[in-house]
Design a protein around this ligand. Structure first.
Ligand SMILES: [Zn+2]
Length: 53
């Protein structure tokens, strides 16, 4: 699980969003509402705390 912070690649657009994804590839499929792409500014990975039985 990754927490990904994104900003719009258009400097005139101040969109920011934080997503939770299982695979970083999911981020590639997402675009800003204004039609520009999104730039990843930060990625944090989280390991599951509880081991599945
Ligand atoms: Zn935008």
């Amino acid at each position: 699980m990754f927490q990904v912070e994104l900003v719009c690649s258009d400097p005139r657009c101040d969109a920011e969003l934080t997503l939770w994804v299982d695979e970083l590839g999911e981020v590639d499929a997402i675009a800003c509402e204004c039609g520009h792409g999104l730039v990843t500014v930060r990625i944090e990975g989280f390991e599951p705390v509880l081991a599945a039985v």
